[in-house]
Design a protein around this ligand. Sequence first.
Ligand code: UD1
Length: 419
Amino acid sequence: MDRIRIRGGRRLSGRIPVSGAKNAVLALMPTALLAEAPLVLSNVPDLVDVQTMSALLRELGMTVEHDRAARRLVIAGPAKAHEAPYDIVRRMRASVLVLGPLLARYGVARVSLPGGCAIGTRPVDLHLKGLEAMGAEIAVEGGYIEARAPRGGLRGARIIFPLVSVGATENLLMAATLAQGETELINAAREPEIEDLALCLMRMGARIEGIGTGRLKVQGVPSLGGAEHPVLPDRIEAGTYACAAAITGGDLLLEGARLDHLGAVARVLREAGVALHEEAGGLRVTRANGLHGVDVITEPFPGFATDMQAQFMALMCVAEGAAMVTETIFENRFMHVPELNRMGARINVHGASAIVRGVPALSGAPVMATDLRASVSLVLAGLVARGETIVNRVYHLDRGYERLEEKLAAVGADIERLR
Ligand code: UD1
């Protein structure tokens, strides 16, 4: 298995192009199941998760053409099968996003129930309750969600989410586009990826109001057409490289990144002593003076993203003073803590909060993590640590970061992949 070796201590400076957003493209790809003409996505990132979603759509009988050089995906139906098998769903939980579209367009879906994962139990009850409210009959048997739409198709419904869920909002938004009548999604997630999904669905002919708010209203239409849609830039990748600039006292222009998509992450970085400026072509991130400890609490967008928590914690390891990092979205998202501590960090976890006491320096070590963002936080720590850091299980990084080591090496990091 590949590993990444980093020799710390280099200040990063230059430009990093931000790729299309992983979490956007994984929701956009299943919309092809709804459409009666091909879906063309541009600015598609070259990630293992995109390959996994492609494999799933092919399994459903769709044709998927991925032109990596052109960053384009062309997906065309109709689907000939309606089952998302365990072997694919266990690799990537976002596979559950085919459920709503399959049910809405074909009236039937069989989707393996995703299990827990490294960061928590992650149930899908809200997806299922919402579809039931739209008239679907759902049973869980043999580890599979067996779902069937009523005769005449899904019906519009008023769905109030008891907690904010990105995936449930996406699944139900897609399902509602072809349902009969009006669907209202209340307390819907407001992540930029949802807005991107809604815009793509509108291009296909869907009727959606309230985009960008927590209240989405959808008037069902009888059919949807094809569309061409560019995937929005990855705010989590941008935030991660912002932390790379910050932790090395560097100066990076993040090409294509948008300040408004960072939400509270931008405010918190500024409080910590990092400068962020929008410029033509992207977002400039620099740090000239010391870093200060800042407390953060993860929240749905526009709050501080749980997907940025591990990276921000790596930054706080070398800040002056203490920082309390509270995780409210996932119950088990501190796996990076023992590994950061092995690099000399001083972090104590109490329930859902971690107290990070800044240290003057970290030292390189062999480390590994069991999820994507935890892994990249170890890369960030390695950039500033004395000596050599080897990050094992690079598999996780390849799921969500395109050419990570190339992008960092191009701005001055001493980093390479060991095959
Ligand atoms: C998405 C993102 C992930 C991000 C997360 C939160 C994708 C592919 N993944 O994951 O990177 O960390 O949003 O921003 O876009 N929950 C339930 N019942 C449900 C659904 C969710 O209890 O039916 C809970 C979850 O366990 C979690 C919380 O709701 O505690 C939020 O999860 P959710 O927003 O659904 O995350 P995902 O869509 O899985």
